[in-house]
Design a protein around this ligand. Structure first.
Ligand SMILES: [Zn+2]
Length: 108
């Protein structure tokens, strides 16, 4: 992902509107690109800062952004885990079916 791409998806990220692949690319870029991380911080502060100003709760925005990035990464890993689990389950089903066929042939 280039800085131009990352810049385009910052707003989508803040709205939690990215698919797995985009989210992974975006997080990887943000973790290695200080410029885009700064841009994300600014847009986050503008978006969430406005809400927090109304709440009168502005002191912990930096921690909140870090938490958001951490959660996104965690969620992504969770999705990946689920994906792996579904593949393993599928393989088990196939293996069971194959075993059944082999058994049927052996017995028959
Ligand atoms: Zn960048």
């Amino acid at each position: 992902m280039t800085c131009k791409d990352a810049d385009k998806v910052i707003a989508l990220f803040l709205d939690d509107d990215l698919d797995n692949r985009q989210l992974a690319d975006f997080l990887n870029h943000i973790e290695t690109c200080p410029e885009c991380r700064e841009e994300l911080t600014i847009q986050f502060l503008v978006k969430v800062g406005m809400q927090r100003l109304e709440d009168g709760n502005t002191f912990n925005l930096k921690a909140e952004l870090d938490g958001l990035l951490r959660d996104a990464r965690k969620r992504l890993n969770g999705r990946r885990y689920l994906f792996m689990a579904s593949i393993i389950l599928e393989l088990l089903v196939v293996a069971l079916a194959a075993a059944t066929v082999v058994l049927a042939l052996t017995i028959g």
